[in-house]
Design a protein around this ligand. Structure first.
Ligand code: HEC
Length: 165
């Protein structure tokens, strides 16, 4: 009975010291935080840091934007010689139709109506010739493969696709 009482007392004491410890810890933590936030100098420091970082973000995004525009303009001027040559050739629809039947119908359908690949009837309205050429020779959108093709054949294919709409 006495022993139980002693044990209970020591448990209470334990719990109390634990609570005191946590209270101290808690108090210390918030005290430190309060000091950090309320001291004018540290406030100024935090503000300064925020200013620098937003200034950096602004600079970085402006520079990225400028570079993107630069690359875009330079890329447009430095056109692929294959594209330049293809665009200078007058294509023949019939020859293009034959090429299409051999190379493209497996995916785009016998009359380009779409199958695995999309319907190509509106392709020349939605895409520039340059983009279509890139689509055919670059293989950027699998599963469509890249084709090794002569500029004359590419011009014929383009003429065929223009004849579709
Ligand atoms: C193995 C299947 C396959 C073959 C062969 C193929 N294509 Fe495609 N093609 C596709 C697929 C799939 C897409 C859609 C790609 C994407 O944008 O995700 C596509 C997209 C295109 C597009 C863009 C259409 C659009 O509206 O975005 C054009 C133009 C095109 N193909 C032309 C051709 C031509 C010309 C040939 C033959 C020389 C050809 N394709 C052969 C599968 C194929």
């Amino acid at each position: 009975m006495l022993w139980e009482l002693v044990q209970e007392q020591s448990h209470i004491a334990e719990a109390q010291s634990l609570a005191r410890f946590f209270h101290l810890y808690y108090h210390q933590f918030f005290h430190v935080k309060e000091v950090l936030v309320n001291t004018p100098s540290s406030k100024a420091l935090i503000k300064k840091e925020q200013k620098i970082s937003s200034w950096r973000i602004f600079l970085l995004s402006t520079a990225t934007f400028a570079f993107l525009i630069l690359f875009w303009i330079v890329g447009d001027f430095k056109q692929d010689p294959f594209i330049t040559e293809t665009l200078s050739i007058r294509g023949e629809v019939l020859s293009g139709s034959k090429l299409f039947k051999i190379n493209c119908v497996g995916c785009h359908g016998i009359s380009a109506q779409g199958f695995v690949g999309p319907d190509l009837h509106e392709a020349t309205q939605e895409m520039s010739d340059k983009k279509i050429i890139n689509q055919v020779i670059r293989g950027l959108t699998p599963p469509m493969p890249s084709f090794e093709i002569e500029p004359q054949s590419m011009a014929d294919l383009l003429a065929y696709m223009h004849s579709l709409n």
